[in-house]
Design a binder for this molecule. Structure first.
Ligand code: MN
Length: 393
């Protein structure tokens, strides 16, 4: 078993007009949310998040239950911020420890967090920070751009890089807590960690006179130090504690909301169907055009004719006037003179003599030549001649 005792406190501090922090603790769950947003919207975001995490975790007391609860809070805060103008831009941090069941039925503490609220583990008076702040300055420290000392006074130390209600997807840090009986966990908002240094935190949070007193002393010390922000503290102390069968330390990023994902998928499928149909239509159209061109081309070059090519009888392939862009092609220029043909044959040549094949056209050209050589006026019809102008008189 894992069991803890707990104490929680939240305080408006000395400067702020309202308390936008929210805290919740019970036997299995501890949560702090530090809300942000004008006109008390931060309070709304923090309260919504605490409710969602509490309800979600109690429905499913597991790592998945915790993560899904925070994702649910993120969706709820975003939805509210988009539908209520006064809540525009609101958001919150969230940090929680839950006693989660794993697949072996072992119950152990799991930390989840987004933002710059913090978790520390205390053992024998020593303090260790478990969470990494999701703030610009602290991210820069991890990147080596700032020293921790520079980050502590950096103007962007309050600017969050992650939060609940900021974007549709949320990256949640998840870590198993490896603890022994007697260890304490301190959860706090930045109103505490900004006012007190690590040594003071360690000393006050480890104070032996009970958790209630320790939380009160932490809050008081933060106020003495300035109390410039809302101050929230939860102290947990393990009486018994198990370690997770498969300890986790990872960042879990939520998928986009299911509805949006389905819509996108459907749209993508529709788009694919549309483009498939369009492609088919284009293919069909191109096929029809290509077919039409082939037929025209076949018609255009389906015949041969004789003509005078610079004084010689020549055979052209094609329709004498051409068809569209398919102009007649000169196939053969014979040695037969076109100049010395009989007048009737000259007229026939001018009117064009068509033949179905190249061979028939050449045969006819030879016939014309023989007619000229023979000087004959015999009227004959050669075999294979099918032209309309083949009648000799
Ligand atoms: Mn704060």
């Amino acid at each position: 078993m894992t069991r803890w005792r707990y104490a929680a406190a939240t305080d408006i501090g000395l400067v702020r007009q309202g308390n936008q922090d929210a805290v919740y603790a019970d036997d299995t769950l501890a949560v702090i949310a530090d809300g942000m947003g004008g006109h008390a919207a931060g309070e709304v975001a923090a309260a919504m998040t605490i409710d969602m995490v509490r309800d979600g975790f109690h429905r499913s007391q597991s790592v998945e239950g915790l993560v899904e609860a925070i994702q649910g809070a993120n969706d709820a805060v975003l939805r509210d911020a988009r539908s209520t103008p006064a809540h525009f831009g609101m958001g919150t941090t969230v940090i929680a420890v839950g006693l989660t069941y794993d697949f072996q039925g072992v119950v152990s503490p799991t930390l989840v967090h987004v933002g710059d609220s913090r978790a520390y583990q205390l053992r024998d008076g020593a303090l260790r920070q478990l969470s990494e702040d999701h703030s610009v300055a602290e991210e820069w420290v991890r990147m080596g751009r700032l020293t921790p000392e520079e980050a502590a006074v950096h103007p962007r130390r309050h600017q969050l890089t992650r939060g609940v209600g900021v974007e549709d997807t949320i990256a949640i840090d998840v870590a198993s807590i490896n603890a022994v009986a007697g260890d304490r966990i301190l959860l706090c908002s930045d109103g505490l960690s900004n006012e007190l240094d690590a040594d003071t935190l360690a000393r006050l949070a480890s104070a032996p006179n009970g958790l209630e007193l320790a939380t009160e002393q932490l809050v008081s010390a933060a106020k003495v130090a300035g109390g410039r922000d809302n101050i929230s503290v939860i102290l947990l102390e393990f009486d018994e504690v198990n370690v997770a069968a498969a300890p986790l330390r990872r960042t879990m990023t939520s998928a986009p909301p299911v509805a949006a994902a389905t819509k996108t998928k459907a749209r993508r499928q529709r788009r694919r169907l549309v483009s498939w149909r369009a492609s088919l239509a284009v293919l069909l159209f191109l096929g029809v055009v290509a077919g039409a061109v082939a037929i025209v081309r076949w018609y255009a070059y389906s015949t041969f004719y004789l003509a005078n090519d610079a004084g010689h009888v020549a055979v052209y392939q094609g329709q004498p006037q051409g068809v569209l862009w398919f102009h007649p092609l000169l196939r053969v220029t014979t040695q037969y003179s076109a100049v010395h043909l009989r007048p009737v044959d000259k007229r026939a040549l001018a009117a064009t003599i068509q033949e179905p094949t190249l061979k028939a056209a050449l045969t006819y050209a030879g016939y014309l030549n023989m007619e000229w050589l023979a000087g004959s006026t015999t009227t004959t019809t050669t075999t294979g001649v099918t032209t309309t102008t083949a009648t000799k008189g």
